[in-house]
Design a protein around this ligand. Sequence first.
Ligand code: KG4
Ligand code: ZN
Length: 342
Amino acid sequence: MNKEKDIVVLGIESSCDETAAAVVVNGRDVRSNVISSQIALHTLYGGVVPEIASRKHIEKINQVIEEALTEAGMTLDDMDAIAVTYGPGLVGALLVGVAEAKAISYAKNIPLVGVHHIEGHISANYIENKDLEPPFLCLVVSGGHTHLVKVQDYGKYEILGRTRDDAAGEAFDKVARAIGLGYPGGPKIEKISHEGNPHAVEFPRAKIADDPYDFSFSGLKSAVLNYLNGCKMKNIEIVPADVAASFQQAVTDTLIEHAVRAIDEFKMDKFAIAGGVASNATLREGMRKACEERGVAFYHPSPIFCTDNAAMIGVAGYYEYLAGTRSGLDLNAVPNLKLGER
Ligand code: KG4
Ligand code: ZN
């Protein structure tokens, strides 16, 4: 019997502060996953500086792609498609990946597939969970996004809820800065929280009156800032580990409460988490327990596939490629691209 030909995708990601390339075979088999992180550079400024990010992407992208191909033991001639993040993200940063992908596509005559960054984050779940197939519910929590999504099929999404203001990761980053932990805040808050009491300060769990699935984290962020200011004015000692742990608990409780509501209402038997904040152990364990209690299978990517990477773009690109999606050489960066839009 003839084995069907493998479909090999080169994924490229440059939407924020990681320059990344990966080779993915048949949508699930990651042959290489190279990530050049700019975190150390941006830490100096307390957050991502868009101009610096774009410049660094230009310096790194060729090298990162070459490394991804070498690690996979392949060349551009083995690629069936080039998948690239074209939004949402920082426009200058996105443009570097998009221009690179278009150049390769044109020079080598390889089909080009533009990928939505959030679709990439969701698709990261397919890498290590070979049995996972839509439909399922997914909570996408990153530095730029907080979405509760019904994944109806590959490439077919219904957004149930989204943040009205700050993203969950953004709240982690801002609170970390306020308690002097620096950027990126998520991992630092998680680490220091191990020594803190999550019930030391009862921060608010915001509810949106007209939409139970939407999120709001700016009130929580302000509550933390007010608490810190109040302590300083009253000369009360601030215990950063307690503040971090209490904040982390408030975010986690809110995310899980929304997730559980969706599980109960939509009666889906699979739930996944994705995005940088999905590497947080408190969130993972809370979600795992909530799913277990309801007989729902729980999925999450390893931390390396939670934060920005190109393997997830290669996976999403594979399914888009199978569905017939092809981008032209007029593909442009779309900084505020909506999920499900082309
Ligand atoms: O997915 P990602 O790499 O980039 C975006 O698409 O935004 O997510 C980065 C975000 C940052 O806000 C970072 O603080 C947060 O994810 N993050 C975490 C953890 N690791 C990264 N938040 C909480 N706990 C973590 N362990
Ligand atoms: Zn991301």
